[in-house]
Design a protein around this ligand. Structure first.
Ligand SMILES: [Mn+2]
Length: 469
């Protein structure tokens, strides 16, 4: 029989992942909690289910109501599952047996979920430490409090810093199979973005375009990796409403991405002109954001801090804004002072993987070196990833330029960075909106590779995609 070498042995991969993490956490027992269904307004009406990403990484099991204990000895894991009742089968159909689930994940022992409490109690009675990650949902928090027989306020405090650090290191470097999953997700994202560009026209509604993007994911039997941002008010960074109607002369910002079959995320932003053609002023700002993005991608190489990539893109911004008359003075001094953050108040990017902001539930353990603290400076304080980058990291590179009227007014009234900003000129851009260009990038041994099939990005490419009505 010919075996396909491209088909990985996933149960073996999950085993290896668990053996590595148990080897790095010493003598303790690791408690992995799968996610449960979340009620929307009563128990049986639930939000779409999404497994906890750490649980997915170490088991591949996407079903609700699972837990696992990993013991210090190699290959020693117990999967805990709810028993299947006839009611479950009547209402939800047949499901994989517990033994099938355990087999898929390469786990040798399986128990009823009801036995998790007593098993944990037994482990603790023997003096072993329980390592667990801090829960990010209240339901998981209360479940953990019950399992660990502790006050809910104590659960996060006593989560394992060592486990967080080791998980972050392990999950940060992506294997070829994981990269292939992200690229698979990007194929759907490419369709989402091209369809959006083709549908953008004066009179169209944001909701109509957001619905079409969602339809592309759903009709491919995929989830969206996050709630898409589809807005003509691109300067509102996380604009979650779809109330707007597109008008001639506006820009439409679309930040949306699909998941792969194994739930890896893609995260792409593009901006296109509602009329199909950029105005001269829009093209100038767009081209500057593109220079920041291409400049940032060009800087990426192993060992360089992502903070330096961020600051490099900020200097391109300050230099370009000076050429356009919006900023003045020395660009490096302006960036050091933080003046550029009037236009670019967020970070250049973040890790991407099973989560769109990969492992952000673990906090700055992921993006910051142990001894490095987040900056307090406005703009730089929103940088999610700062530490030196390594081959195998997948990152977003997503600079932007935004004109946020309330922020402009505040800074102008306070005469903030008046040496570096021409406020009269900036005022003439009050209704411009915002532009962000975002790609997903793999750090290679020598530099960077932009993942995905090549989503329209240059001005001619975007205008061409807009013309395909
Ligand atoms: Mn992003």
């Amino acid at each position: 029989m010919i075996t396909n070498p491209a088909q990985p042995n996933w149960s073996e991969i999950y085993k290896q992942r668990r053996n590595r993490i148990r080897g790095e956490t010493g003598d303790g027992v690791i408690l992995w909690m799968g996610a449960g269904l979340q009620a929307r307004n009563y128990t049986d009406n639930t939000y779409p289910f999404r497994q906890n990403s750490h649980f997915l990484y170490y088991t591949g099991l996407a079903e609700p109501d699972l837990a696992m204990l990993s013991f210090p000895e190699p290959d020693h894991d117990i999967l805990f599952c709810k028993p299947i009742s006839m009611d479950d089968i009547v209402w939800s159909g047949p499901r994989p047996t517990r033994v099938e689930l355990a087999g898929r994940a390469g786990i040798g022992t399986v128990e009823d979920l009801d036995r998790l409490d007593e098993t944990i109690a037994k482990v603790r009675a023997q003096g072993a430490k329980i390592h667990y990650l801090p829960p990010y949902s209240y339901s998981a928090l209360f479940k953990a409090a019950r399992l660990l027989n502790t006050d809910p306020n104590e659960v996060v405090v006593h989560s394992s810093q060592l486990l967080m650090e080791r998980v972050a290191i392990q999950r940060s470097v992506k294997s070829d199979f994981e990269i292939a999953e992200i690229e698979d997700a990007l194929v759907i994202s490419d369709r989402m973005h091209r369809a959006c560009m083709a549908a953008t026209r004066p009179g169209a509604r944001e909701a109509e375009i957001a619905g079409m993007i969602q339809g592309i994911a759903l009709s491919s039997n995929r989830q969206q990796a996050y709630n898409p941002i589809v807005t003509v008010r691109g300067e509102v960074l996380h604009n979650n409403s779809y109330d707007g109607i597109l008008a001639e002369g506006q820009l439409l910002l679309n930040d949306s991405g699909a998941e792969s079959p194994m739930c890896y995320a893609s995260d792409i932003t593009r901006v296109c002109p509602v009329s199909g053609r950029f105005t001269a002023v829009q093209a100038e700002i767009y081209q500057l954001v593109l220079s920041m993005q291409l400049g940032g991608i060009g800087m990426i190489k192993p060992g360089l801090s992502y903070r330096d990539v961020h600051l490099g893109a900020c200097r391109i911004l300050a230099d370009g804004m000076r050429a356009l008359g919006l900023m003045k003075g020395n660009p490096s001094d302006a960036v050091e002072a933080g003046a550029h953050a009037l236009f670019f108040p967020h970070g250049i990017g973040h890790m991407l993987g099973l989560d769109v902001h990969d492992m952000e539930d673990l906090g700055d353990v992921v993006g910051y070196h142990k001894r490095e603290k987040r900056s307090g400076q406005f703009g730089l304080n929103a940088l999610r990833l700062s530490r030196p980058i390594e081959p195998g990291f997948v990152l977003t590179v997503e600079p932007g330029i935004y004109f946020i009227p309330a922020l402009i007014d505040r800074w102008r009234n306070e005469r903030l960075h008046a040496d570096f900003i021409d406020y009269d000129k900036v005022d003439s851009f009050r209704s411009f909106g915002g532009i962000r260009i975002e790609d997903d990038v793999l750090v290679t041994a020598t530099g960077a590779r932009v993942l995905g099939p090549g989503i329209p990005k240059t001005i001619p490419e975007v205008e061409e995609a807009c013309s395909k009505h």
